[in-house]
Design a binder for this molecule. Sequence first.
Ligand SMILES: [Zn+2]
Length: 224
Amino acid sequence: MKYFLLSMLPLFLLASHAGAQDPPSTKSPTAADLAEEWYFPTWLAAAPHAPVFQVRDTENKYGRYAGQTKTITVKDLIKFHGHFCGGLVESAAALRVAFDRLFVDDVTDRTDLRIASNNSACGGDVASYLTGGRARFNSHLIDSALTESEFFVQQVSTGKTIHVKLNPSVYPKEVKTQMKKIESGTFESKDIDLFQELQWAYAKRMVNAPLGDSFIVTEVNDYA
Ligand SMILES: [Zn+2]
C-alpha cells in the first residue's frame, strides 16, 4: 500500500497543480528583496540583467504544489553561499539562461529538476539552491569534467536537458591570473583585495548586458 501511494505521488502532484482560483504569483522582486546590505551592493540590486528567479515548490513533503511562487535574487544566493563572488553571479546567470529554455512560463519548478555541476563551492551551491537538486538524493551530480559555471539541467518529467556554459571569450584573463597567484601561496594581502575588485568588475559587466550574450546554451538529446 505504501509503495502504491508513493508511486501515485507524481500524478497527485500534477493533478494538484495551482488552480485558477490561486492568488497570482509575485513576478517582480520587492524592495525588501533588493534592499542594500553590507554584503549586497546597490549596483547589483539595480543592475538591469541581475538574475531573478520565480520558483515553485510543494506545500509539504507529500505535495501539493504551492499556489504561489517565491522570488529568489542574488541576495538570497549570497546568504546561502556566504559571500558575493564572480562564480556566484556567473552561475546564477548561467542557470537563468538555461531555465529560460526549459520553462516557458518563467517559473522554475524545483520539484522537477536535476542538475550536473562541477565541484566548485560557488557553482555547486547555486545549482543546488536554484534547482532543488541534492547530491544525497542523486539529483545533483558532481562531474569534475565540467568547468566552472557549466551545467546540465534536466527536467525530470520530460527528460528535456539543457547544457549551458560560459562563452570563453567573456572570462577576463586577469581574474584567472590573480587567482593563480593567490593559489600559488606567494601573495600579499593586497592581492586578495585586487582579486575581489577584478571579480566584482567582471560580475558588474555581466549583469549589465543581456545574459544570453555571455553563455553558450544548447538542448541535448542524449545526456545520460
Ligand atoms: Zn564563491
